[in-house]
Design a protein around this ligand. Structure first.
Ligand code: HEM
Length: 175
């Protein structure tokens, strides 16, 4: 199935699971499911890509690059939507009481999303495209190393921001 279709199906499922008919416990459950799927995929993608990078094998890197694009569509995007939609519903009483920790959390999460869309997605696409062009047994192109370095640096920041959000969500500091 093409990646765009997977994103549309994932977004539709996430939307259907977030309709405000099922009560607070459901929204909290879906918010947790979103956190697990979203954070889990960020961490596991970094671990697999780190192994692929060390292998210096074009075939392994090619599989890794394809896998990142695919698992972002299957897990990261619907996970982020579940977090946003159910978090938005759960947030109503907190917004009314002006809980600043929640606004800070949303800001951190949005910055992470912007980094992902503006830097990581284009880097991932370029990496996958470059690797597709290398013949079997060929050497890893120099541009791939530069792209991977950028992906790990920016990806590290983009993963730390929602981790900080997670801490704020659990601690719910008094500001
Ligand atoms: C737009 C972004 C988000 C919004 C508006 C939001 C909103 C909320 C709200 C209002 C609660 C408290 C629910 C309650 O106790 O009634 C909550 C809890 C929680 N959120 Fe978020 N959230 C967002 C993003 C995230 C992210 C990125 C993560 C983790 C990756 C996360 C993980 C959690 C967890 C684990 C809880 C449960 C905390 C607990 O009950 O101790 N949230 N969220």
């Amino acid at each position: 199935m093409p990646v765009t279709r997977i994103v549309i199906v994932g977004a539709t499922v996430a939307l259907a699971l977030s309709l405000p008919f099922y009560g607070k416990t459901w929204n909290l459950l879906m918010h947790h499911v979103g956190a697990v799927v979203f954070m889990g995929n960020l961490i596991v993608s970094a671990a697999w890509m780190s192994l692929a990078r060390r292998s210096r094998s074009v075939e392994t890197l090619r599989l890794g690059a394809r896998g990142v694009v695919l698992t972002d569509a299957i897990f990261t995007s619907p996970g982020a939507l579940l977090l946003l939609l159910n978090g938005g519903i759960l947030g109503t009483p907190f917004f009314q009481s002006g809980a600043r920790w929640l606004f800070l959390s949303i800001a951190l999460f949005l910055v992470s999303g912007i980094l992902w869309l503006a830097v990581l997605v284009p880097v991932q696409k370029r990496l996958a495209l470059l690797l597709e062009r290398v013949p079997v047994g060929g050497a890893v192109p120099a541009e791939c190393d530069a792209l991977l370095k950028r992906w790990f640096r920016v990806g590290g920041i983009a993963a730390l921001l929602p981790l900080a959000t997670l801490v704020l969500m659990v601690v719910k500091p008094n500001f």
